[in-house]
Design a protein around this ligand. Structure first.
Ligand code: ADP
Ligand code: MG
Length: 695
């Protein structure tokens, strides 16, 4: 959008001196464009003037009248200055009072025409306005702060809402009658988009007949046009990147024959579900293509994603390629390693484990094997990306529970290989909106079914006071030979306190509540080998109750565990609770998940727990989570790779994002990328949207 006027630094606007310019810069407003693309967050209708005689206390009102009298009073107490004015129209008069704004004596002089807007109050002396907004009518007939639908801006540093309103008006007055437009004309006509110049004007200062409800819902033609513009330019970047990467080729393309099929079949310990079979087929078909795979495997907790990935791994290894299998936690990496090593024990493939907890000498040996190519499959954590791990022939990267990883790590691991195939796995379905952004380059396979014999988990939401009843439920399960999880939240600020309460709880449960059973504590601060020992004992059934911080959240698989008690459930996010709940219900027995909450809880927490009790559908839960928390928090703000948007909102405006996504792909596929658009993508896309890489 190289347009001279929009690129003008704000300091060249009238009335913006170096100090104000510095304030604006600190608030992220450098150019006229920055200012004009920072839209109001709400609007208020101050267009209808009310006769003073009709005013009622307790309502907001705007009146137009003449200043009948004015005087500045100084209170004896602490030198408080109070400015009084009386404003009259044909129907009556009303007092206006401003505290500590002595300068008004120089502005609001008798006989001037003024619009006053504010709350009408009633006291012993009658109706009055306290600290109302005002505007001299002679000075500004069009009205900026009153007498119209007025925009409200969020305060940004030292830049007050009123200051922004004035600056915006001034910038708009100086704006040329038409502005260059990056949106192709054909598109604008077809979607009936408003001209850019008009949209900017009306998004800030809507015409008086504009519906205020629609404005506040960001649904007017002007607002939607600007949001579409932003989303479209954003999607053009993705579409272009996708297009550009379609020319990348793998140095070695795997093949599949009967021998390889037989080798994969030998690994299988059970019959695949139809959903798993379909996913394996899609993944392997993709691996046989000359272009690197970028695929997301989505399947609810317990759907059996691991075996699907392992079959893909066998295909890669049979083709002489190495496989990296990355898990988000140490415990999960260890568990995967154990399972995979067992399943591959009859094969000729060597499986190794590399995590932050791998002892030095062993780490040295493992990295040497990886580099030489004698390790066929390496399971690990972040260490696989961060360490100086060099692969011999990396052909497939599997990233489990991938929403835990940032875009950066994904890219880094991908860069280690020679255009390896990448398979991401997640139990957290990608809500539609996000599927159109960071995930839009990915192909998606879904496992819609669960392995046979699972029974749905019964979910209970219980207050702290129901604890005894819950212990009886736990005892019933233990007496029947099952095992239990008790989960504690750990929040960073109070990690010590929480850890202390988890520890005390474990002691209490052992000594007083379940003395006949073995209770153990597992938490994130423990040494890796200590964690592993406890996990192994739990898997083997030697520990009956595992009191844990959320380290059990992802992926842990102990089918005999049939009950989970989540302490302080009100502190957990929805997707996290869903993950946790997925740890039970893995065996043939009826399972329970008890969400214990402690008052006071917020409305949002209540909504969350209600949602958990009412559905076990991971997709519905993810959508609800996104609505409740907003996109920023959904995958963890910093890692998410979500765009920094100026006008649009990923949740509120998801329909616009869908349009933009469709139109951007269409334009690129039709070869309609103009030189200007290409320049925008190359020069401004990353900077504008705060994205990490452009292919
Ligand atoms: P997730 O998709 O959550 O990662 P896992 O891969 O851990 O699920 O599988 C969950 C459990 O289900 C494991 O114990 C696994 O062995 C078992 N499983 C997976 N697929 C099947 C199947 N087709 N039949 C029976 N059990 C299966
Ligand atoms: Mg898993």
């Amino acid at each position: 959008m190289r347009d001279d006027f929009l690129a003008t630094p704000l300091q060249f606007l009238k009335g913006v001196g170096p100090r104000k310019a510095a304030d604006l810069t600190r608030a992220g407003l450098v150019t006229v464009e920055d200012l004009l693309y920072r839209l109001p967050f709400r609007y208020e209708d101050r267009s209808r003037m009310q006769p003073i005689a009709s005013l009622r206390p307790g309502h907001k009102a705007a009146v137009l009248g003449e200043i009948k009298s004015a005087h500045l009073a100084i209170t004896r107490r602490r030198g408080f200055k109070i400015f009084h004015a009386v404003v009259g129209d044909g129907s009556g008069a009303i007092r206006c009072t401003w505290m500590n704004q002595a300068f008004l004596a120089d502005i609001l002089k008798p006989h001037l025409a003024v619009v006053v807007f504010g709350d009408v109050r009633l006291d012993s002396t009658g109706l009055h306005f306290m600290n109302p907004e005002y505007e001299l009518v002679a000075e500004d007939l069009s009205g900026v702060h009153t007498g119209r639908i007025v925009p409200f801006y969020e305060k940004a540093g030292m830049v007050t809402p009123n200051m922004q309103r004035r600056l915006v008006r001034q910038a708009l007055d100086d704006l040329p009658p038409t502005l260059p437009d990056l949106l192709p004309l054909e598109l604008r006509d077809r979607l009936r988009l408003m001209p850019r110049r008009t949209a900017i004007e009306e998004a800030h200062f809507p015409p008086n007949e504009a519906p205020v409800d629609a404005l506040n819902a960001f649904r007017t033609a002007a607002q939607r046009r600007l949001i579409f513009e932003e989303f479209f330019l954003f999607q053009i970047g993705y579409a272009w990147r996708r297009h550009a990467s379609s020319t990348e080729l793998k140095p070695f393309v795997p093949t599949v024959d009967d021998r390889i099929r037989a080798s994969a079949a030998k690994v299988l310990p059970f019959k695949l579900t139809p959903g798993q079979r379909q996913a394996v087929k899609e993944i392997v078909d993709d691996m046989l293509q000359p272009k690197p795979m970028h695929r997301l495997l989505q399947g609810d907790v317990g759907a059996g994603k691991t075996i699907v990935a392992l079959l893909a791994a066998v295909v890669a290894m049979e083709n002489g390629l190495q496989v990296a299998f990355m898990a988000p936690t140490e415990i999960l990496a260890v568990q995967h390693y154990g399972n995979i090593a067992r399943l591959l024990s009859q094969s000729r493939f060597r499986v190794d484990l590399l995590t932050g907890g791998t002892p030095g000498p062993q780490k040295h040996a493992v990295t040497a094997h990886i580099e030489r190519g004698t390790t066929n499959l390496i399971v690990g954590t972040h260490a696989l990306v961060q360490d100086t791990v060099r692969f011999h022939t990396l052909g497939l990267v599997v990233i489990d529970e991938q929403h835990r990883f940032g875009v950066v790590q994904r890219a880094a691991l991908r860069a280690k290989g020679l255009q390896p195939d990448v398979l991401l796995m997640t139990a957290t379905p990608i809500p539609r909106t996000l599927a159109l952004t960071d995930y839009s380059e990915l192909d998606v396979s879904k496992i819609p079914d669960l392995p046979p014999g699972r029974t749905p988990v019964r979910t209970w939401v219980k207050p702290e006071s129901g604890r005894d009843e819950i212990y009886r439920l736990v005892r019933d399960q233990l007496d029947a030979g099952r095992q239990a999880y008790v989960v504690y939240p750990l929040i960073e600020e109070s990690e010590k306190i929480d850890l202390k309460s988890a520890t005390e709880m474990a002691d209490h449960l052992q000594a007083e509540v379940f003395p006949a059973y073995r209770v153990a504590l597992l938490h994130g601060r423990m040494k890796p080998d200590a964690k592993e020992r406890i996990m192994q004992a739990f898997v083997a059934g030697r520990i009956h109750i595992l009191v844990s911080t959320t380290v059990v959240e992802v992926g842990v698989d102990v089918p005999n565990a049939s009950i989970m008690v989540v302490e302080h459930a009100e502190r957990f996010g929805l997707s996290q609770l869903h993950q946790l709940r997925g740890r039970v219900g893995r065996g043939p027995w009826e399972s329970h998940c008890v969400l214990l909450y402690q008052a006071p809880w917020t409305d949002e927490a209540r909504e969350r727990l209600k949602a958990m009790a009412s559905t076990s559908d991971g997709f519905a839960i993810a959508e609800r989570d996104l609505e409740l928390r907003g996109p920023g928090d959904f995958f963890g703000t910093r890692q998410s790779g979500l765009p920094k948007l100026r006008t649009g909102d990923l949740v509120r405006d998801r329909d616009i994002m869908e349009d933009a996504h469709r139109e951007a792909r269409r334009l690129i596929e039709d070869g309609g990328l103009t030189a200007e658009l290409l320049r925008f993508v190359q020069q401004r896309w990353q900077q504008q949207f705060g994205l990490i890489e452009v292919g």
